[in-house]
Design a binder for this molecule. Structure first.
Ligand code: PMP
Length: 423
């Protein structure tokens, strides 16, 4: 029976019993964290050989340049080639940055804000209105950058194929719409990989703004959780068919491949966009950490090396996702109060509880010692108009803790749903 079908008496009895279970959870003094998509210790341990001094017995890059010294702001050639291979773009269309792709994204928006996208376009700060497309639910830190610059965020619903392209096509007719942040593979938090048709439609968009830029944040490009994984079309190959390659900037990092706090990040773009970013970089830095670039290039060698390494991550993460999914199915399946994703990759499970219940679930969890990503965070300005989406991040906690946290989460979802039915 779904909760909707229960009689008032049955509902009250169920709620009383669940509240009893909740009190026993509270008495356990739990302190569990399912809030952020951080790799666990065992995942970080997978890359420890990268710190082996033998890997740097020779500190010169493939051109004979001493990686310890100043210079080479584009990144060392072997690293550009490795990530070019991984992303399916020529090495000259790739730049290597520091440890955070979020930093690349912030700097891109900052560059467009103060200096424009190049080719004579006015800085965004000097334009009357600047708006960005935001597929929702989405990644809170993308929204954070846009909020920081005072850029208006237009929400676009995520379908099972990617952002609703009909809505995108309508919205880009407004010249104030300057771009979009999106996560095309194993999206944060929905796990959706944009379908071929969806990527083709995005590549074909005809924005009214000629300084339109999509930040193609491919953070989870190699992060399969299931055998075979899902595949994503190459955005540049599709965009070139329409002469739209300047509209797209792709970013990735090794934050969830090697070390979340000490990896490297990568930007891939058209010739014109690379030139524009390089002219800024010439002022911004004398070069990023090339010793770390050398470590990464030598440790992984090529794209196949990265894929082989990601299988080891998968072996650690798949059981964690399964544990949460089994709990959701066992506890919430058939009650008619929740829907959740079963992602083939990435770092999250997205859970939808009844309208106006997500914050209550977050509060109940917190008061029993489990921290979730704050409900609302998956929407611009932290406001989920339905107050129903909850992002579950299963990677960090050990599996026994994760099972406990997932059980509590389900219990809180049931209590919140029944409280709502009780009015
Ligand atoms: N993009 C997405 C979609 C993410 O989920 C994350 C991490 N949660 C990042 C970027 C952050 O990447 P980095 O560590 O390279 O800054």
């Amino acid at each position: 029976m779904t909760y909707n079908e229960l009689s008032q008496e049955q509902r009250r009895a169920t709620l009383t019993q669940l509240r009893g279970d909740y009190i026993s959870f509270q008495s356990r003094g739990l302190k569990l964290d399912m809030s952020r998509g951080k790799p666990c210790k065992e995942q970080l341990d997978l890359s420890m050989d990268m710190l082996d001094a033998a890997l740097l017995a020779d500190v010169k890059d493939s051109t004979g340049f001493d990686s310890r010294n100043y210079g080479v702001p584009d990144g060392i050639p072997e690293c550009r080639a490795l990530f070019g291979e991984l992303l399916g773009v020529p090495a000259e269309n790739v730049l290597i940055f520091g440890n955070s792709s979020l930093n690349i994204m912030y700097d891109l928006i900052g560059q467009y804000w103060t200096h424009g996208t190049g080719g004579g376009a006015k800085p965004w700060s000097q334009q009357r209105s600047v708006k960005f497309l935001c597929p929702v639910p989405g990644y809170d830190r993308h929204f954070g950058i846009l909020e920081h610059f005072g850029i208006e965020m237009l929400q676009v619903h995520m379908t099972a194929e990617g952002p609703d392209v009909k809505v995108l096509a309508e919205l880009v007719a407004d010249p104030a719409v300057k771009g979009m942040f999106c996560v095309p593979k194993y999206s944060n938090p929905t796990g959706v990989t944009f379908s071929d048709e969806n990527v083709r439609a995005i590549a074909a968009l005809s924005p009214a703004a000629n300084d339109f830029r999509v930040i193609w944040d491919n953070a989870y490009c190699v992060h399969d959780l299931r055998e075979g994984g899902e595949s994503l079309l190459n955005i540049f190959a599709e965009a070139e068919k329409h002469g739209h390659e300047d509209y797209f900037i792709e970013v990735i990092s090794t934050s969830k491949i090697s070390f979340a706090g000490a990896g490297i990040s990568v930007l891939a773009a058209s010739k014109a966009n690379i030139a524009a970013v390089k002219s800024r970089l010439a002022v911004q830095t004398i070069g990023h950490d090339k010793v770390n670039q050398l470590r990464h290039a030598r440790y992984f060698r090529d794209a196949a090396g990265v894929y082989a390494h990601m299988q080891r991550h998968r072996a650690l993460l798949e059981p964690k996702f399964d544990a949460v999914l089994e709990c959701l199915e066992r506890e919430l399946g058939g009650l008619g109060i929740a829907q959740w994703t079963n992602p083939a990759g990435g770092y999250f499970i997205s859970l939808d509880v009844p309208k106006n219940c997500a914050k209550r679930v977050g509060q109940l969890c917190r008061e029993a010692g489990v921290v979730l990503t704050p409900p609302g965070a998956t929407y611009p300005l932290g406001i989920d108009p339905n107050d129903s989406n909850i992002r579950i991040a299963p990677t960090l906690p050990p599996i026994d803790e994760l099972e406990t946290a997932a059980e509590l989460l389900c219990l809180c979802a049931k209590i919140a749903a029944l409280e709502k039915l009780e009015g």
